[in-house]
Design a protein around this ligand. Structure first.
Ligand code: PLP
Length: 265
């Protein structure tokens, strides 16, 4: 059995957060393990409240879990606070067993919900950056990469500079900068560190016109993570994840008052 571990916040609607991650893992044939970092109170309209889990409880969940089960991939989403993020960092040391193959880590650097509610406090950004530095892949949207790197991402050159900064300055092995929130086509940029330099590849994505679709970022990072857990290399895993989410967006269905939820096959 292949195991993917999601370390993320709870979204009671099931459209995003750990509930979405686990649905994606199951759909793709991977067992989903989950460590919850925060509860949220939210509906399809907005996030009403964020309640971080006690940091020591986050660490205990990871410590006990990782002493027993070695996941084939770890996906990190919402971390809420610096104390929680630091305990995730400490807990992940349980993966560093000597002589074992490294476990790939996918970091979705969740900073805020679509309604603007912060899902990570500002003082946690340094810890998030260290987690990005440990990652196999980091998957920011344009707003997130702009916030984390300070690059102006209004041009393709700016997006390229920002993607390269995540790899060369922060130390991620690869970065997928998602263009879904841009005007026009939603092309993504994949930057991969190779030796001392980086390769850049624009991945075309025609814009799919739907209303507000909830949880696409969580689903993409989870689908890529599931592929990595199944043993795929990074580029095929990214391509697979993008295809999976595109199909899920095309089939999305209305849920609640305001959102459409991804439909998985
Ligand atoms: N709630 C949780 C727990 C999340 O992890 C996320 C996104 O990562 C959201 C809400 C926000 O989803 P959306 O950007 O669709 O509002």
């Amino acid at each position: 059995m292949r195991v993917a571990l999601s370390i993320s916040g709870s979204d009671p609607t099931g459209g995003a957060g750990i509930q979405a991650d686990l649905q994606v893992f199951r759909t793709l044939g991977v067992h989903g393990a989950g460590v919850i970092t925060a509860l949220t109170i939210q509906d399809t309209e907005k996030v009403h409240q964020v309640l971080p889990v006690f940091p020591s409880v986050v660490l205990d969940q990871l410590r006990v879990l990782l002493a027993d089960i070695r996941p084939h991939v770890v996906k990190i989403g919402m971390l809420a606070t610096d104390d929680v993020a630091r305990n995730v960092e400490i807990g992940l040391r349980g993966l560093d067993a000597v002589g074992k193959p490294a476990v790939p880590i996918v970091v979705d650097p969740v900073l805020a919900a679509s309604d603007g509610t912060p899902l990570l406090e500002r003082r946690a950004w340094g810890t998030l950056e260290r987690l990005i530095g440990r990652s196999t892949l980091v998957t920011p949207n344009l707003a997130e990469v702009e916030a984390l790197t300070g690059c102006d991402v209004s041009t393709r050159e700016g997006v390229e500079a920002a993607g390269c900064a995540l790899v060369s300055n922060l130390g991620a092995q690869a970065a997928l900068v998602k263009g879904g929130h841009a005007e026009g086509p939603s092309d993504d940029l994949l930057v991969i560190r190779e030796g001392g330099s980086s390769t850049l590849q624009w991945l075309e994505g025609p814009r799919i016109e739907t209303g507000r679709v909830h949880g696409t970022g969580c689903a993409l990072a989870s689908a890529i993570a599931a592929s990595l857990a199944l043993g795929d290399d990074l580029v095929p895993a990214v391509e697979h994840g993008r295809r999976f989410v595109r199909k899920a967006i095309q089939a999305a269905e209305q849920a609640g008052k305001l959102a459409r939820f991804l439909a998985y096959f």
